[in-house]
Design a protein around this ligand. Structure first.
Ligand code: AKG
Ligand code: FE2
Length: 196
């Protein structure tokens, strides 16, 4: 029996703010993972690298009120899944701000990954709040400041990580491959896009 639930904590970073809450959705995580794994229409998208089209090393689904442009591609939204909408409401209450879109990622195994990037698309506004829910196997999340400073977190089942403040201007983040990692991880990153 778990007697102590870790509270949310703000991690102080050079030019950025991170809210880290490992136990945020510990109670719901198993059922959310099972339902989203089965019911989301996971898609294989392509990325352009050196002029060639390659499969992204993960499956994904963009869901929300409008289309999303990133990495030079435009993604049309799928309609809100009722569970994802409920999760969005819960996370909005924690973050005290609305979200109108979510990128869902499915990392099928340790060879799936996401490369270095900042979530700095213009429609996210100047200092976006991006809330990231992790379900499934734990994966390493790495951060690097433009000055070379590095941080890392192990994103565990049911955890919530919120990036805020000036983070996206000064830091990049990535989800590296983990050779020893087996099993699936689902990640939901909630975003607020400006309407055009
Ligand atoms: O899977 C993760 O934790 C990172 C996802 C991410 O950075 C993104 O969707 O922009
Ligand atoms: Fe990101």
């Amino acid at each position: 029996m778990q007697l102590w639930i870790d509270p949310p904590q703000w991690l102080t970073l050079e030019q950025g703010r991170l809210l880290w809450w490992p136990e945020a959705f510990a109670a719901e995580a198993d059922s959310w993972q099972a339902q989203l794994g089965a019911e989301i229409s996971w898609q294989q998208h392509q990325l352009t690298m050196f002029g060639r089209e390659l499969d992204e090393p993960r499956l994904s689904c963009w869901m929300g009120d409008g289309r999303y442009r990133y990495s030079g591609k435009t993604r049309e939204p799928t309609i809100w899944h009722p569970l994802v909408r409920d999760i969005a409401r819960r996370i909005e209450a924690i973050c005290e701000q609305p979200f109108n879109g979510v990128l869902l990622n499915l990392y099928r195994h340790g060879q799936d990954s996401m490369g270095w990037h900042a979530d700095n698309e213009p429609e996210l506004g100047v200092n976006p709040v991006i809330a990231s829910l992790s379900l499934g196997v734990s994966r390493r999340f790495v951060l690097r400041h433009v000055n070379g400073e590095r941080r890392q977190l192990l994103l565990t089942h049911g955890s919530l990580l919120v990036m805020a403040g000036e983070m996206q201007h000064h830091w990049q983040h990535a989800l590296p491959k983990m050779a020893a990692s087996e099993g699936e991880r689902i990640n939901l990153t909630f975003r607020l896009l400006n309407k055009r």
